[in-house]
Design a protein around this ligand. Structure first.
Ligand code: AMP
Length: 280
């Protein structure tokens, strides 16, 4: 039976007991509204660890003022059943004022990297992500935490935080799970109208074309990015936020694409802001 833990204190006590008993803990932080992407992380954690904790928290500090915090899709009963089916042991589902009580003041921020790529159009986002993950790591005391590479910058920023602050856990990056036509699964895909859903496939398709060019010997980042932009601009439904090629080591833009280059795109389709990427 999966157990739901609604309060920070109870989660801390439970995690402390699990550690005392010598159990390894796998953590899967999420904002809920599960799809196969989330489930792939949960299944892997269940395989790797004695106990798996999934956290379900729509974290207000990682949303900007004009973003979709209130509209973000939620369905706890469905999520709980899916997590149970995946073999998860605990769902930690704290209230906002338990995580951020009145007078809350402390934030964790990875300098510079938090302002690049998605951080340019979402200035508070990564500070919110690193802060909530730091708190979740302290509360749940995982040996391993699982993150999807759909959010590649999120993984890289969190990995930086873990190394810089000597946090004692392993982050496990997991491959992007896609729909049949290639669209990266996302809770935000429910915002798409039929026409936008049709156009959304251009994100993965433009990246797949880039990958093919690179396999064929192309290394010029400008030319690869231009190809992606042209493909995305072929639909009136797609408004590009960015198309970038950066080093996964430094997040600096590269002029030549090579092993370890992250090619990332973000675009608005109506109300939805979608992201996708490939790592060479
Ligand atoms: P979210 O609930 O959107 O914050 O996502 C929770 C975790 O699931 C994050 O580590 C995401 O990167 C991961 N995730 C979301 N979508 C996918 C996907 N399509 N494939 C793999 N992982 C994903």
């Amino acid at each position: 039976m999966i157990r739901t833990i609604p309060a920070v204190e109870e989660m801390q006590k439970t995690a402390a007991t699990l550690k005392q008993d010598g159990k390894t803990i796998g953590l899967v932080p999420t904002m809920g509204y599960f799809h196969e992407g989330h489930l792939s992380l949960m299944r892997r954690s269940v395989e790797d660890n004695d106990v798996t904790i999934v956290t379900l928290f729509v974290n207000p500090t990682q949303f900007g003022q004009n973003e979709d915090l209130d509209a973000y899709p939620r369905d706890f009963e469905r999520d709980k059943n899916m997590a149970e089916e995946a073999g998860v042991d605990y769902i930690f589902r704290p209230a906002n004022d338990d995580m951020y009580p009145g007078g809350y003041k402390t934030y964790v921020k990875v300098e510079d990297w938090s302002s690049l790529l998605c951080g340019a159009s979402r200035p508070v986002h990564f500070r919110g992500v690193t802060t909530i993950c730091c708190k979740l790591f302290n509360i749940c005391r995982p040996d391993r935490a699982y993150f999807g590479l759909k959010d590649a910058q999120q993984y890289l920023v969190l990995q930086k935080m873990v190394r810089d602050l000597n946090m004692n856990l392993e982050l496990v990056p997991m491959p992007i799970v896609r729909e049949g036509d290639g669209l990266a699964m996302s809770s935000r895909n429910v915002y798409l109208t039929r026409a936008e859903r049709g156009a959304a496939v251009l994100l993965s398709r433009s990246l797949a074309e880039a990958k093919e060019k690179i396999s064929g010997g192309e290394t010029d980042a400008e030319s690869i990015k231009r190809g992606i932009r042209d493909r995305l601009n072929s639909s009136e439904h797609v408004k590009i936020d960015y198309v970038e090629a950066v080093s996964t080591e430094t997040l600096d833009p590269v002029s030549d694409v090579a092993a370890g280059t992250l090619i990332a795109v973000a675009a608005y389709l109506g109300k939805a802001r979608l992201i996708d990427n490939i790592i060479i």
